[in-house]
Design a protein around this ligand. Structure first.
Ligand code: 16G
Length: 282
């Protein structure tokens, strides 16, 4: 009975949101499955549906929203791929509890968290401008002596620390790192320099004492060390970021295609590029 009323309440919240989006003249979204996706994201964001809870069945949703089951299935499939929803065989569709991060989207930490209804924030250790180190120059194709902006921070979802990030951006792109308060990508966007593509390398690590302390986990816990080099359309490296994500919360998922047999690396993507982040810990 509880379950019935709970699902009914969720269905009502979702139906209300879906209709609101349909009526919204600024939404400009003609496709029903994309409107439904937006509505599901919004109710998760507003906490009308909590992580771990089940979504009403495809049939119930299609009846409540007067949509075809194909439309509902398409909306749900996209959100499963994004990681907002998970499907358990025979049990249904649920709001994901772990943070599932799709590897195919060049998204920012802030966007990933907002999509999951979490409030992102950063605590900075460093926002400075300095001369590029030889390792950074190599990773970013910069000449010796060039200036770079450095950001070093702990990233939080609500009040929980999720990752530590050390980003380096050419000072020609970001002359004043103090303007970054929350999202680096939002600032880059306003500067007309949001990355267009990126190369990412993941390594499983056990978190050292300092990183573990900042992430509120035991020393030696599993973590993921991720290096991202992001590029502008003209090939310039706009960002070199090393991140340490908590392994107990994050799932990184990639969609694989059987016909995608060629991996194309930019000419400068030497596999043995040294990791400029290794020596420094907060
Ligand atoms: C993500 C990126 C990081 C980027 C940051 C920008 C990964 C592994 N890393 O954490 O490279 O600098 O987002 O986020 O996804 P922001 O715009 O919220 O500052």
């Amino acid at each position: 009975m509880v379950c019935y009323w709970y699902l009914l309440g969720m269905e009502t919240a979702l139906a209300r949101e879906y209709r609101r989006i349909c009526r919204d003249p600024t939404s400009h979204q003609p496709l029903a499955y994309l409107r439904l996706r937006r509505a599901i994201r919004n109710v998760v964001e507003h906490r009308d549906i909590e992580p771990g809870q089940a979504l009403p069945s495809e049939r119930d949703l299609s009846q409540a929203l007067k949509l075809s089951r194909v439309t509902v299935r398409k909306a749900i499939a996209g959100l499963v791929e994004e990681g907002l929803l998970t499907q358990r065989h025979g049990a249904g569709t649920f709001i994901a509890e772990r943070i599932v991060k799709p590897m195919s989207r060049l998204s920012s930490f802030t966007e990933d968290l907002r999509d999951r209804g979490l409030h992102p924030r950063s605590e900075f250790f460093e926002r400075s401008v300095g001369e590029v180190t030889p390792e950074e120059a190599m990773a970013m194709n910069l000449s010796p002596g060039s200036l770079v902006a450095r950001l070093h921070r702990v990233r939080y979802g609500q009040d929980e620390p999720l990752a530590i990030e050390r980003s380096v951006v050419p000072a020609s792109v970001l002359p004043d790192p103090m303007v970054v308060r929350d999202s680096l990508y939002e600032v880059l966007e306003t500067l007309g320099c949001r990355p267009k593509r990126a190369l990412q390398r993941l390594r499983a690590v056990s978190l050292g004492a300092q990183h573990a302390r900042l992430l509120h986990v035991a020393a030696g816990s599993a973590g993921l060390n991720i290096e991202r080099r992001s590029f502008l359309d003209d090939g310039r490296v706009v960002e070199f970021t090393c991140s340490w994500y908590r392994g107990d919360i994050y799932d990184f998922v990639a969609e694989l295609h059987a016909d995608c047999i060629k991996v194309s690396l930019p000419r400068d993507a030497s596999p043995d590029t040294r990791n400029p982040c290794t020596p420094a810990t907060p």
